[in-house]
Every structure is written in structure tokens, then in C-alpha cells.
Design a protein around this ligand. Structure first.
Ligand SMILES: *Cc1c(COP(=O)(O)O)cnc(C)c1O
Length: 390
């Protein structure tokens, strides 16, 4: 399906709402019926229409159609957060006694679920280095029912070979889930590569303006209907109509925004790589990136995230760099209009900072929509401060 068609037309039945160009926000919790029989049909099958907005809602419906098509999937469910999508997706695929194989260091709340919540219900997880396909088979047990991926991850960008893992999972009747937040459906299409369920934080590129928290899950109609009728309705993390509308608006400019973020990252990473204050950079489309060939094979773009590892072992200097930036905001998240930095030392108590640990010296940079040279000038003046004071 044509991307322009998906973004501008699919799901939008304008004659239903006065030919308005922007769809209405159907801010209604419930929907009324003319006959008992009509109501009975919806009570029996809530997936088939509008009964109550914890389930389906007309504004959400437009969004679901677009998101499913973007992923090349049969259907999409939208949640009030990416974490909600992760929770429902994983919970829907396991029962007591099952075993999960997950990439090591998945998104923190996925990890929390594997380490803290699921063991309480008799579900165990083995964490592996997903860069080597052999590790999946090594970790497999007779009770493995689920494999959890995140490619690339959003700090150091390790990849998994999606086609290879999808084939391995199918061979052993294991359900595969991937967190596709880093690429968004525009730069990577996991469902088309054979992965069963793709999820993403729509807070990032889909929303794109840092004003809404949301999550998306896509997959086959059969899996989506099953999850809708059980975990989705029960967890109760449906997205509000207003937020669904904001995501539709975000989609209008998704392609333009992603291209801009991608271009700035591609233009600036070589300069960062050469800067004397930087020891190493992490960027999947850097030819020196260990999995560069796989990145080029399965990703259409790299997006706006680049991580730098500073040379200095001095916490005060890392903080000096971050505190000296004038245009990059210091914050978690990414995917919005505004450029950001996230220093990993913000996650470490000063008494526990270890200058020899490369992780403690990493700063993740997100390139937003500002002018590329404006952003580079800002990074350069802050990095240069580390040289003069060394
Ligand atoms: C932000 C993020 C999430 C969680 O999404 P929320 O919308 O914040 O709940 C999940 N995975 C990745 C990779 C993320 O960056």
C-alpha cells in the first residue's frame, strides 16, 4: 500500500463527518443501540464495533487502520503507553511453567516484567546476547514459548537478525515479539519479515511532538482479536480519543520528520567520531559499527539517535559537557521535534560512578528537527570545553 495513501486517506470516511479534513475526536465513553439485537451482537463480539471506549472508538479506528497498514500487518491495537503494549503483548503469550528467551537489556519495563513480575507467576526468562543467532538455540528449553527482541536497542543499538530469528522461532513453535520503537514502521518492517508481534512506543516518532504517551501492537487479526478480548480490555490501558487524534496528526508528518532526524544524524556522526573529546560513537549506519551490514540489510534508515562515549574519566567533565549545551534539552525519551541528550551518568549515584566503565561515560544524543548546523555548533562548543580544560 502506498505510504501517501496510508497517511492521508486510509480509514478516513469524511462523508461520515461533514467532509471535515481533520477527523473528529469522538469523545464518548459509550455508544447507544436502537435494538436489543444490535446491542447483543456487540456484547457478544466487542471487537466488531463500538460499544465502550475501553475497547473500540471511532477516532481510534482510523488510527488503527493506518498503523496496521504501515506495519504491513492485519491489525493494530493502540495503548495508552508503550509499556502497556509491552505488558499486554507478553502477558498474552505465556502461562505458568513457560520459559522466555529475551535479548539482554531490553527496554527497562520489559526487563522489570521478566525479572520481577513474571517469576511470581512461574514464568522464567533467559537473557541472551542477541547479536549471535546461535545463542537463541542455546537458550531454548522444551517449555520456551516466547522470544522477545528489541532491534536496535535504543542506547548501544545491538541488532538481531529478524528474518533468522523469525525462522528459528517458527521452526520451534515459539511466538516472536519485537520492540520496533527505534526504527518505527517506516524504517523497519518486522511483521513482513515473519515476526509475529511488533510493538513500539508511539510516544517517540509516531506522536513526534512530545505531547502524548502511547503504544502500538501489530500482528495477525487472529492474535490481535484474542489479545483485544482478553488482555487489552482487562488491563484497561486503552488510549483516550484525544491522544489517538494527536497520533493521527503525528502520522501526517512522520516521513518528513524521520528523514530530517536521519539526515542530521548521518551528517553529524562522522564529525563526532573525529572529535578529540570522544572515544567512541555508537550508530548503526556507521561503517565501523560491528553489525553495519545487518543494519543496512534490515533497516531503511537509522533515525536520529547517536550515542557518544566521552574520553574523560572525570564525572565533572561529563556533566560540564551536558550542562554546557544551549539548544539540546536534557531529558529522557526521544522522537519529538526537540533535540535531546540523555547522559547515562544521570542513572548513577556520584559515589558509584566508575570512570573506567565505558557505559558511565556514554551520552545519548537525539537529533530532532532543528537545523543541522545549529545543532552541530552547539555540540561542538560543549565538546571543545572538555579539550581546553583537560
Ligand atoms: C519509550 C520506550 C518504550 C516505552 O514506551 P512508553 O510510551 O514510554 O511507555 C518501550 N521501548 C522503547 C525502546 C522505548 O524507547
Amino acid at each position: 500500500m502506498d505510504l501517501s495513501y496510508i497517511i492521508n486517506e486510509l480509514g478516513e470516511d469524511r462523508e461520515m463527518y461533514f467532509n471535515a479534513v481533520a477527523p473528529p475526536i469522538v469523545q464518548s465513553s459509550n455508544f447507544a443501540f436502537k435494538t436489543v439485537e444490535e446491542m447483543r451482537q456487540l456484547m457478544l463480539d466487542e471487537y466488531s464495533g463500538f460499544l465502550y471506549s475501553r475497547g473500540m472508538n471511532p477516532t481510534l479506528e482510523i488510527l488503527r487502520k493506518k498503523l496496521a497498514a504501515l506495519d504491513g500487518a492485519e491489525d493494530a491495537l493502540v495503548f495508552s503507553s508503550g509499556a502497556g503494549a509491552i505488558f499486554a503483548a507478553i502477558l498474552s503469550q505465556v502461562k505458568h511453567g513457560d520459559h522466555i528467551v529475551s535479548v539482554r537489556d531490553p527496554y527497562s519495563w520489559a526487563k522489570h516484567m521478566f525479572e520481577i513480575i513474571l517469576p511470581r507467576f512461574g514464568v522464567q526468562t533467559t537473557f541472551i546476547d542477541g547479536t549471535d543467532i546461535e545463542n537463541f538455540e542455546r537458550a531454548r528449553q522444551s517449555n520456551t514459548t516466547l522470544v522477545y527482541l528489541e532491534t536496535p536497542n535504543s542506547f548501544t543499538y545491538e541488532l538481531q537478525d529478524l528474518t533468522a530469528v523469525a525462522n528459528w522461532a517458527k521452526e520451534h513453535h515459539i511466538v516472536s515479539i519485537v520492540d520496533n520503537s527505534h526504527c518505527s514502521p517506516l524504517f523497519q518492517s518486522p511483521v513482513s519479515m515473519g515476526i509475529d508481534l511488533a510493538l513500539q512506543s508511539a510516544t517517540k516518532y509516531i506522536g513526534g511532538h512530545s505531547d502524548v504517551v502511547a503504544g502500538v501492537l501489530t500482528g495477525s487479526k487472529q492474535k490481535m482479536e484474542k489479545i483485544f478480548k482478553s488482555e487489552y480490555l482487562n488491563v484497561g490501558s486503552a488510549i483516550a480519543p484525544m491522544n489517538a487524534w494527536l497520533l493521527i496528526r503525528g502520522l501526517r508528518t512522520l516521513e518528513l520528520r524521520l528523514k530530517k532526524c536521519d539526515t542530521s544524524a548521518q551528517l553529524i556522526f562522522p564529525r563526532l567520531k573525529e572529535h578529540a573529546a570522544i572515544e567512541r560513537i555508537y550508530f548503526p549506519f556507521d561503517p565501523d559499527f560491528p553489525q553495519y551490514d545487518l543494519a543496512k540489510k534490515q533497516m531503511k534508515g537509522a533515525g536520529g539517535l547517536v550515542t557518544i562515549q566521552l574520553k574523560t574519566r572525570d564525572l565533572a567533565k561529563i556533566e560540564l559537557f551536558c550542562n554546557s549545551l544551549k539548544h539540546f534539552l536534557m531529558a529522557v525519551s526521544w522522537g519529538g521535534h526537540e533535540s535531546l541528550v540523555f547522559p547515562s551518568c544521570a542513572n548513577v549515584l556520584p559515589s558509584e560512578f566508575d570512570g573506567e566503565n565505558p557505559k558511565h561515560r556514554m551520552v545519548r544524543i537525539y537529533f530532532g528537527l532543528e537545523d543541522t548546523e545549529y545543532l552541530w555548533d552547539d555540540l561542538k562548543q560543549a565538546l571543545d570545553k572538555l579539550l581546553t580544560r583537560e
